[in-house]
Design a protein around this ligand. Structure first.
Ligand code: MTE
Length: 338
């Protein structure tokens, strides 16, 4: 993989930016897929959530510092942090880091898409809520801010590729939208659809056109109703930057990061489990449920530990044990009969 568009100090070979074993396993799989003629469609998956960050210093382990207060900016002035989600037990990831390593495949298959994502047109924006509900409604940006009480929550975030961070989101729990939409008894699932317009997102050299766009994700309705399931409108005290999925994205901290669809334009209540983006591409690697489960390895790597982005302005990784449900078992284990 060549990062010709990155500044020189980012141009590390992939083998240095990821675990060596993961890198070589990936390469082997890619070779096999290409040999089988399906590499072009699946290869972007091999990078899912992988951050080509550079310095891989191991951070000295330190007790988690209490998260610093976020400097709230308009339109979040006066918004309060939910005390139940104020102490993630880990230090907050530096804003600069979280805002510049992103997965947003609509804008390319690398992690440095922040600049390209600025072409996402977010004003005006509407989210259509419909399907099996009594109150279908289309919300514009202002409606979202006016209709739902906004709060701040600091959540741990765990990528399927075993890196992790800690992020202060601003938004509202999904159950507020369920209450407003009032689903019919037949509604058992929800599908989130992300913005997609190939003329906007695809630029010259964009090569992921064969993927099953638009990006979609889904949940069971009882998962969506769980207290943790969250729609984010902001992060680090500010409206979501485009690369994070402006103006509204899903955040599901007990699941792997790919479940959190960005830049949502449609929320549909359904009676059947919807097809979803990564699951359509590789169901054995990206299950529909996708809960964080340390004892269930990904087909190509262990999930027993994760690389936590260190605090501070320099990237550092600290290897820590993965927690079942990413540490949120008290909230969600009951959903899965545990
Ligand atoms: N949503 C859309 N529309 N497109 C994407 O490519 N990537 C997913 C998820 N949501 C993705 C998406 C993946 S794989 C991850 S890990 C997270 O977004 C990354 O979120 P972040 O860039 O804000 O950290």
């Amino acid at each position: 993989m060549v990062f010709s568009h990155l500044p020189p100090d980012w141009q590390l070979p992939e083998s240095r930016a990821t675990d060596e074993s993961l890198f070589w396993n990936r390469r082997r799989l890619l070779k096999t897929l290409v040999g089988a003629g399906i590499g072009a469609a699946v290869s972007p998956l091999l990078q899912s959530c992988q951050r080509q960050d550079g310095a891989i210093a191991i951070a000295p382990s330190s007790p988690a510092a209490p998260p610093p207060p976020t400097n709230l900016q308009a339109p979040f002035l006066g918004v309060e942090r939910n005390r139940a989600f104020a102490d993630p037990g880990r230090s907050l990831t530096e804003k600069r880091i979280a805002n510049s390593y992103n997965n947003f495949y609509e804008f390319g298959g690398t992690k440095d898409i922040a600049q390209r994502a600025q072409r996402l047109p977010t004003d005006p924006w509407t989210v259509e809520v419909g399907g099996l509900v009594k109150n279908p409604r289309t919300y514009d940006r202002d409606d979202l801010y006016k209709t739902f009480p906004i709060e701040e929550r600091i959540y741990r975030f765990r990528c399927v590729e075993a890196w992790a961070m800690v992020v202060p989101w601003l938004g509202f729990p999904m159950h507020k939208l369920i209450a407003a939409a009032d689903p019919l008894p037949s509604a058992k699932f929800v599908r989130f659809t992300s913005y997609y317009d190939k003329d906007v997102t695809m630029g010259p050299g964009w090569s992921l056109g064969r993927l099953p766009w638009p990006y979609t994700e889904g949940l069971r309705l009882d998962e969506m109703a769980n207290e943790l399931a969250f729609f984010a409108l902001g992060v680090y005290g500010e409206p979501l930057p485009k690369q994070h999925g402006a103006p509204i994205r899903a955040v599901l901290p007990w699941k792997y990061g790919f479940k959190g669809a960005k830049s949502i334009v449609k929320v549909e209540f359904l009676d059947n489990q919807p097809a979803t983006f990564w699951n359509t591409l590789a169901a054995n690697e990206y299950g529909f449920e996708a809960n964080v489960e340390p004892e269930v390895p990904h087909p190509r790597w262990s999930q027993a530990t994760e690389r936590l982005m260190g605090p501070g302005p320099a990237i550092a990784w600290q290897r820590v044990p993965t927690l079942p449900y990413n540490g949120y078992g008290d909230y969600v284990a009951g959903l899965y009969g545990v």
